[in-house]
Design a protein around this ligand. Sequence first.
Ligand SMILES: [Zn+2]
Length: 462
Amino acid sequence: MTWYLRSVAATYPNLTALYSIGTSVQGRELWVLVLSSSPYRPIVGQPNVKYVGNMHGNEAVGREMLLHLIQHLVTQYQHDTYVRWLLDNTRIHIMPSLNPDGFSVAKEGTCQGGQGRYNSQGFDLNRNFPDYFKSSNKNSQAETEAVKLWIARIQFVISANLHGGALVASYPFDNSPNTRPGTEDCHRKPLCGVFQQFYSSPSLTPDDDVFRHLASTYSFNHATMHLGLPCKPGASAFPNGTTNGAQWYPLTGGMQDYHYVWHGCMDITLEISCCKYPRETKLRDFWRDNKKALVRYLGEVHRGVRGFVMDPQGNPIEDAALKITGRDVGFTSTKYGEYWRVLLPGSYKIEAYAEGFLPRQDEFYVEESNPTLLNITLFPDHRNESPSPPSSSGGRPAGGLMSAASSDVVAHQEIRRRPVNFVGGPNTLQGSAPQREGALGGIANLLGSVSSRVSNFFSSLG
Ligand SMILES: [Zn+2]
């Protein structure tokens, strides 16, 4: 795989760049290939998307499909108008294997079982992330830490992680505040999974409509996933080939919930093969079934709202806390002030908060055909500098701000207590909000702990 990725990067330097986000426990590089019409110079305003495969080392189909996808994108750029549009407008990051150590001990032709599932220390990487709903005290693994630093540094808008053992697109939340004892990982115990669906309840995000849409985009562009057929008699069947993660079976420490809650990235889990590690001869069929879905899913980043958060002079505001009103999982602006949010057609309000600025709310409308462009100007908050408090109407620029000065102040004070990446939360009472250092400490750590080679890659590719 390393040889292949290096050769693609060498053959297509105008479309690809190879970087590593760190190494596995046993020292294997965690490669990422970025694909874009400007791979070495990120274009300001272009959204980042990604795929991660093989985090369970014995689930090999995702890894192989991502290598096929790379080959497809670089060879079709000149011939396929959709592929060309995608690479001209999107930065696509592909990590074929998050668990190369596990893969190295997995056995081809093994459809079930767990040999190679875990990393070399015996940890399940999809149970190794901080969890919003439940305390999780597992030792954070090298592979997990690499992903945490990666997604703290690059703001991914949508993504997916590829698995095997079922055929379904699963969306957050994977965990819920009311998991029944003994039902975790139920699908891996005989018969438990058959009954699980009858008594487990969904754990829905405030962006449930978007997540259902994203999962359906994959399943309906897949040759058979949307049929929702069980992998074998007695196994789970899924209407339309999609499911809420917790409704299928709840799990603690999953990667997709972490992406969404901590970083506002809409990540879903794609189970793309009933057999975890089929014979090589089957790969042609898997590629035929997944090709269109893999390509079309990435294009979904180009719907919703996007723009820049700026001060009155037009300077970008980094790390502004943003949320869509009524959808209390937040996201932030980048160092260039860029922001993106995937939304279905409709009318919305967006709220923006930044240290030293007055909070602001803007209304906008999303259409099916194109993303809405909405720049947000934040005005400095001079109220704390004034020797006497300003009158309710004094010092506030007209237009765009929240209606009453008093609610303005309340909102502003409230946001200072909130972590940047999580404003509010659908289940705030049941869970504990993530620590602020999860995001901000990550960037600081990145500078200190990741090798300069990787940092250089990040700064050139971010
Ligand atoms: Zn898996």
